[in-house]
Ligand binder design. Sequence first.
Ligand SMILES: [Zn+2]
Ligand SMILES: [Zn+2]
Length: 121
Amino acid sequence: MPRKPKRPCSYPGCPKLVEGQYCEEHKRLTDKQYNQYGRDDFSKNFYKTPEWRAARKRQLDSQPFCEECLKAGKRTKATMVDHIKPIKQGGDKFAPSNLQSLCWSCHSRKSVEEGSRFSRK
Ligand SMILES: [Zn+2]
Ligand SMILES: [Zn+2]
């Protein structure tokens, strides 16, 4: 059986011929970079997906007012859609039951509260 043709490592300037994308050394290097930055890339990219845009639009169509402000008797136009249970904590990404409409100020307050809850742990 002929094996897959080898190609140069994808790391810029590395001349080693490999079967995969990177040689052993650079595979380890790029794995490390992925572990360091992967999570942030995930959330950044997630909010750009058509699936999320559709879920967000659906949520704002069904609840155009900020739900936190409504609880306080105020009607503020919602501009953000928030995950009630954060994705990082295993919350469902698209289930309407895990989404809530928020205005910008309620959303930033909630993010701060979540942040301080994490750091206090
Ligand atoms: Zn290499
Ligand atoms: Zn609000």
